[in-house]
Design a protein around this ligand. Structure first.
Ligand SMILES: Nc1ncnc2c1ncn2[C@@H]1O[C@H](COP(=O)(O)OP(=O)(O)OP(=O)(O)O)[C@@H](O)[C@H]1O
Length: 312
């Protein structure tokens, strides 16, 4: 088995709404894959299909080599950990009682379950009632329950909602540990800058269709979106004459709020541009900026319902 999830021509219709229309994609074993898309793009529908909570109208899904609706569906669910977007627990139970109870349901080792609260940074609150937990603490408890029974596949739906920056870093550290231990992770998020360093590849949905798939490098190549050179001028330099110079050489640019210039690199023109800039006495510093996941997402038109052509 090379893929944790194999999705083929998957379609889901709700009365009159095509939530998913012929999506084919994979989540390779042992990789962290980001699931991206604007509100209503079909992410939750795809996750529900993967978890076997709903059935498709057309197409197939195989999760860890099994159908989520087949005869092995029950045992398959024990091999999957799931953190929903909003987690709700029995408020009268303590964190440790919640995990203990869910461990029994999932037939997880209670010894391993005991260590999970420590892993998610909740050991100090293990004997406090969940009703006294903050949103971030509840989210950590949700992560702990998703890791019960050491699942081969972990599905995280908007896992950092309600987490502070430190807790967000810790969550992604756990994701990195899961990957290092060979688990596969599918993680949906709207916070692309946060997600980018932690994923091997992304699946981008738009209006029920797969708009793009691949590593951030693949997406850069697919999009043809130019890299950008950020130039800081010396204090004594005249920005207007520098802007005129760029225009004379046909170099498209923007001026940032901090006064630095962003120059788009034409395909194959990186070295020539850098040589020219390096020889310019007006320039104090140069930084090359590759297209970020967030910029690629916008450029590919993930939120617009259409590809933004010619935007460079
Ligand atoms: N039970 C349902 N009945 C009817 N339409 C639905 C149902 N669930 C989802 N939809 C529709 O299917 C489409 C995809 O919804 P889905 O919840 O999968 O999107 P999403 O990408 O998860 O959005 P969000 O980021 O807002 O959670 C939307 O148009 C939504 O209105």
């Amino acid at each position: 088995m090379t893929n944790a999830i194999d999705i083929s021509a998957l379609g889901k219709q709700y009365k009159g709404v095509a939530a998913l229309a012929g999506v084919s994609a994979t989540v390779p074993m042992g990789k962290v894959v980001g699931l991206l898309g604007h509100n209503g793009a079909g992410k939750s529908t795809l996750i529900k299909l993967i978890l076997g909570l709903i059935e498709p109208t057309s197409g197939h899904v195989e999760v860890l080599g099994e159908s989520p609706w087949g005869s092995h569906a029950v045992s398959l669910r024990r091999r999957i950990g799931y953190l929903p977007e909003s987690v709700a627990f029995y408020g009268n139970l303590t964190g440790s009682e919640v995990i203990d109870y869910l461990a029994r349901l999932k037939r997880a080792s209670r010894q391993q379950a005991g260590k999970l609260l420590e892993r998610v940074g909740l050991e100090y609150a293990r004997d406090r009632r969940v009703s006294t937990y903050s949103k971030g603490m509840r989210q950590r408890l949700g992560l702990a329950q998703a890791l019960l029974a050491s699942p081969e596949l972990v599905v995280l739906d908007e896992p950092t909602g309600g987490l502070d920056p430190q807790a967000t870093r810790e969550l992604y550290e756990i994701v990195a540990e899961l990957r290092a231990e060979g688990h596969s992770v599918l993680v949906s998020s709207h916070v692309l800058a946060e997600l980018e360093p932690h994923i091997d590849s992304a699946l981008i949905l738009r209006q029920g269709e797969l708009l793009a798939a691949g590593s951030v490098g693949d997406l850069r190549r697919q999009s043809g979106l130019p890299d950008i050179v950020v130039v800081r001028l010396k204090e004594a330099a005249d920005p207007e004459s520098f802007a005129r110079e760029l225009a004379e050489h046909g170099l498209a640019h923007d001026v940032r709020r901090d006064g630095q210039f962003e120059i788009r690199i034409a395909e194959g023109g990186k070295l020539a541009l850098l040589q020219r800039l390096a020889a310019d006495p007006a320039i104090d510093d140069i930084v090359i900026k590759e297209a970020s996941l967030a910029r690629l997402y916008d450029y590919l038109g993930a939120g617009t319902g259409r590809q933004e052509e010619g935007k460079a």
